[in-house]
Design a protein. Structure first.
Length: 630
């Protein structure tokens, strides 16, 4: 199988940079600074010679009136345009040039805003996009102010404009008064009208044209991008609130029903059990795993079948050296985990089958707790409570919080809805007849546990969750290992969702709730939540909108409270909760990248290979088959 292309990372990073660029540019164009008076060398014109310099346009309402007056009077003027206005009114800019008027740059966002190199470059880019030219005239020389910003009396305005008997007269084409003054000046006898200079534009280069096209698109569509972002944030916020309500409601209801059933508990169910342990290069953990299973206090026969799937590190030998009663070791060439599970199921002799990874430690009562729901003949599978054993470091604490506040809390909710989509490979049990109904464990996806659980549910069996059936697993201890594992999980989940999309048109709970839950909270929410983070940065650093940070902080507090509730439901202390806010800044971004990368890989049609995680064996030293963590 081909390796996942690293280009996906570059695509994601480039996409984020482009979005931030568009939003930043839109914020830059949307904010109009105070006008700055020109300060240049005054152009000496002969007495009786006037250069009309119009600023602030082109304006779609008033500039056409100015152009009409100039055309009637056969006068050529100079228009010092604003780059943002050029982008908004490219046709009007082209009319100015077509009618023979000179074009200069007066800024990008507002008149006088040409002093910075960035604003000058943006303004030139706007002209390159609209006219395909680069203009040498930047800013006007010192001018005679017509007073059209301060006075309304036409006689006064004309006298002020001609008080020096000529020169560059400053006017504005963003109001009616500019056209009126131009008309009166044109009627004044004894004056000749010229442009400010004789400079003419030159063709713009390819780079300027490209920059102009990009900046123009950003300015014209930045508002649309922000609208899309706002919509995405609203959807993400609604999904986050909905998930919190589900957690507080359904998870609490599920817990209450469990407590009520414990008031008068049914007789303890103790059928014989076969435990199947697929193992590939698990020499560091396999002994502790098998010992913990053999040490279970289940009241009936427990058979253990270890399937060595072509290990090269002596996994099978380590399991055989234990010489424990009831433990069978089967060797096969490397065929993958689904094939190893199916081989173990064929070898097992009992009808209730516990499937467990080779790096998992059972507590003494795990098996007994795990099989209790099978007293109901309609239950085809049971999910146990997978917990992170190596949680001492910050990365381990984050994964512990993710297991409790994510996976296990989801199972509480989905158990209440009777549509659990995943019985985890670390600790789960199946009825043999349920496995027979779905044809065993499929190798069509990289998340065989999710694929199998969905198939069992669609076959009409109920899937239960037993939080008392705790099992401890080794979580990745490096960021690279964590990404590889979650990348495979996420990609395999998407494969399973696509494979079982037919459930959406069926009457069962998987289509009505399970797939929709995964779509909403495992696909849409991780895809949209980064938009909220990005928008917070935009609002706080660029658009001067501190309210965005306040909204994000409230959202974080709600999530932290929800995580604390999940810890309480799972019987865990609240001490690790201090790491949760920090998790949202670092760990959550990694999970976003996992989902996005998985989706991009799936859309590209890339076949992802199985990615194993390096084991450390830290769980192997657990005394008596239990794990002690802090």
């Amino acid at each position: 199988m081909r390796r996942p292309p690293r280009l996906h990372w570059l695509s994601i990073l480039l996409g984020l940079l482009v979005l931030m660029g568009v939003m930043t540019f839109h914020a830059h164009t949307a904010t109009r600074p105070e006008p700055v008076r020109h300060a240049g060398e005054r152009r000496d014109l002969p007495e009786g010679t006037v250069a009309l310099a119009f600023h602030g346009g082109p304006d779609p309402k008033w500039t056409p009136r100015v152009l009409d007056v100039l055309r009637e009077a056969d006068i050529r003027a100079t228009f010092f345009v604003v780059g943002a206005q050029v982008t908004r009114n490219p046709e009007l800019t082209r009319r100015i040039a077509a009618e023979g008027h000179q074009i200069g740059i007066d800024g990008f966002r507002a008149e006088g805003d040409h002093t910075g190199p960035l604003n000058l470059a943006f303004a030139q880019a706007a002209l390159a996009d609209a006219l395909g030219v680069h203009v040498p005239l930047v800013g006007a020389p010192a001018e005679v102010d017509s007073g059209d910003r301060d006075f309304q009396d036409m006689g006064t305005l004309v006298r002020m404009s001609l008080r020096d008997r000529g020169g560059v007269v400053r006017l504005h084409d963003d109001g009616s008064i500019g056209a009126d003054i131009a008309r009166e000046l044109a009627r004044t006898p004894g004056y000749r009208f010229v442009t400010v200079t004789d400079d003419r534009p030159v063709p713009a280069g390819a780079r300027e044209r490209f920059t102009g096209a990009v900046t123009a698109w950003s300015q014209r569509n930045g508002g649309v991008v922000l609208l899309v972002f706002g919509t995405a944030i609203a959807i993400a916020a609604l999904l986050g609130i909905l998930r919190t309500l589900l957690q507080l409601g359904l998870a609490h209801t599920d817990r209450r029903l469990r407590r009520e059933s414990e008031v008068e508990p049914p007789p303890w169910f103790a059928p014989p059990v076969s435990v199947v342990v697929p193992a590939y290069n698990e020499a560091l953990n396999i002994a502790a795993t098998v010992r913990s299973i053999a040490a279970n206090d289940h009241l009936a026969d427990v058979e253990v079948v270890v399937v060595d799937d072509g290990s090269t590190d002596g996994t099978a030998d380590r399991a055989r050296e234990l010489d424990l009663p009831g433990v069978t070791v089967v060797r096969q060439s490397n065929q993958g985990k689904p094939a190893a599970l199916n081989a173990g199921v064929r070898e097992a002799k009992h009808d209730l089958l516990v499937l467990v990874d080779g790096d998992t430690i059972f507590e003494p009562g795990t098996i007994g707790q795990l099989v209790q729901p099978f007293a109901d003949s309609g239950v085809g599978a049971v999910s146990g409570n997978a917990k992170v054993g190596n949680r001492r470091g910050l990365l381990g604490r984050w994964q512990h919080l993710e297991y409790c506040a994510g996976s296990n809390l989801d199972r509480q909710i989905l158990h209440a809805l009777r549509c659990i989509p995943t019985v985890p490979g670390a600790v789960g049990a199946f009825r043999r007849s349920a496995l027979t109904d779905v044809g065993g464990v499929s190798d069509h996806t990289l998340a065989e546990d999710t694929d199998l659980t969905m198939a069992v549910t669609r076959a009409g069996w109920r899937v239960a969750y037993r939080p008392q059936a705790r099992a401890w697993t080794e979580a990745p201890e490096t960021v690279r290992g964590l990404f590889r594992q979650r990348y495979r999980w996420s990609y395999g989940t998407f494969q399973s969702m696509w494979k079982h999309r037919g459930a959406l048109v069926e009457k069962g709970p998987m289509g009505r709730f399970g797939l929709l839950y995964l779509l909403a909270f495992h696909l849409l929410l991780p895809l949209l939540a980064p938009v909220m983070d990005l928008f917070v940065l935009y609002g706080f650093l660029i658009a001067d909108a501190p309210l965005a940070l306040l909204v994000w902080t409230v959202f974080l507090l709600i999530q932290t409270a929800s995580a604390g509730y999940a810890l309480r439901l799972d019987g865990e202390p609240l001490r690790p909760l201090w790491a949760y806010p920090l998790q949202q800044f670092v760990y959550r971004q990694l999970m976003y990248a996992v989902v996005i990368q998985s989706l991009v890989t799936a859309l590209h049609g890339t076949q992802l290979r199985w990615m194993s995680v390096r084991r450390t064996g830290r769980l192997a030293d657990a005394p008596g088959g239990t794990v002690h963590v802090t």
